[in-house]
Design a protein around this ligand. Sequence first.
Ligand code: VG1
Ligand code: CO
Length: 553
Amino acid sequence: MSSSIANSQPREYVVKLGSPFTDQKPGTSGLRKSSKQFEKPHYLESFVEAIFRTLPGVQGGTLVLGGDGRYGNRRAIDVIIRMGAAHGLRKIITTIDGILSTPAASNLIRKHNAIGGIILSASHNSGGPDGDFGVKLNGANGGPASESLTNRIYEKTQVLDEYKIIDYPSIPIDSVAKYSLGSMTLEVIDGIVDYIELMQKIFDFDQISSFISKDFPIAFDALNAVTGPYAKRILENMLHAPEGTVRNSVPLEDFGGCHPDPNLTYAKELADLLLEGNVYSFGAACDGDGDRNMILGKACFVNPSDSLAVLTANSTCVPAYSSGLAGVARSMPTSAAVDVVANELGISCFETPTGWKFFGNLLDTGQITLCGEESFGTGSDHVREKDGLWAVLFWLQILAKKKCSVQDLMSQHWNHFGRHYYSRHDYEEVSSQSAYELYERLEVMLPSLIGSSFGKSVVTQADNFSYLDPVDSSLTKGQGLRILLEDGSRVALRLSGTGTKGATLRVYLERFVASNGDLHLDPQRALFDLISNIDSLAEISKRTGMTRPSVIT
Ligand code: VG1
Ligand code: CO
């Protein structure tokens, strides 16, 4: 398998930069911008230089490298290989055609004791020459780089004056191979096999396979993004789902013009198949880089917050979790559905800020086994990222074990635990100024709201969420405005950190109905009072100029 390019010693050189790099935001574990921006001279290189100067262990270390296959993936891999060689890495592990999902990258980092990984993806944002590109950095634990590391990278970008790179022709990475570039080894591996092995350790594939072969047809939409090849091998080849089960299974540079975001708006084709059609019993989709998941049953959409609660309540159906969970965690805007389950199980439940990096310490210290976010992210201690296909297999395992439909499972869950009606309203491409003004105005108003009425209830708490990490005692402030009501309802507001055009305002709405209440309302109706009250309080439609959100989940 091993080959090497007979080549003269690569020439290392330094490129001087005219001005420092100002685009990286403090506190974000990567850089996400338009593809056009990334094509500007020295742009990608500058950020990669800041990473290589900051990430511990670069000299003599191993780095995992790959991406979701979007436009720019191949070029970025070339640049990072050449820069990694110049910075003294011992080894870079990349994958055939550079195709590597975020959870699979996390697994490889852990498996190879790498110093970290660079994942090329703008996740659920659209791709192509007119779409977005991104560079995400993961640390040695396999998870998104910590706040302190990203802040140090940010500081480095501010003073950057040059970068180091080697001169080298582009290396073919279309098959398994090994190359030497001076003292660095480049290993091209199959990016899928290790991930499949991990899934086989967690789940009982035979049980799932026999269940889906017996009148339980499933559909999976890879949205022309990274999970296609993974899902084909797992669902069709190993679990014997019929060919064609995996739709849009070839990763395309522009995702076929689609938005690789698994929600009811952007994965509408699949949603229609399940919600209106009569053929499939189960449907799922993942995002661009494979860390998100959407779960659907016949005539049934599973809200991601509920999904985390259902996985927690039924975790013992899965071999890897059969002896119970250490604890669980959810991000602040995620509904408290999982809290109720954790309470009954007698395990701890943590509330963290938005972003997977905040689960890292809890996972690393064994305090939690499962965690999730309302934004279609669920995961466990098997890697340090959310994991889309893992969630799909988890759901299938529960259904196979209980031999029931998604709808039945949800009804049983609500009948037992009560229901947390939940919705997220996104206002996209709002002018940044209006969005910040709206947010700051509401923040100032918060203290005065406590004790006053909000619709039919009363405000008991109103603040800007901050998080004290129980492991390293770091304090993260300003993580979203929240208004908590006496009846257990809640509204939260955040400005997105991942949008690339203007600002995105996210409004999170939640209302609890106990098991003896009305459990089968339309969520938008159930939340109607909260929706209209927050709109008049925060002047959302007035200030955004939008009469309705761009995306309702
Ligand atoms: C969004 C989600 C958040 C998620 C983040 C990264 O962030 O709301 O829950 O962790 O995307 O997901 P924001 O700041 O836009 O709300 V992904 O799929 O890019 O790894
Ligand atoms: Co993603």
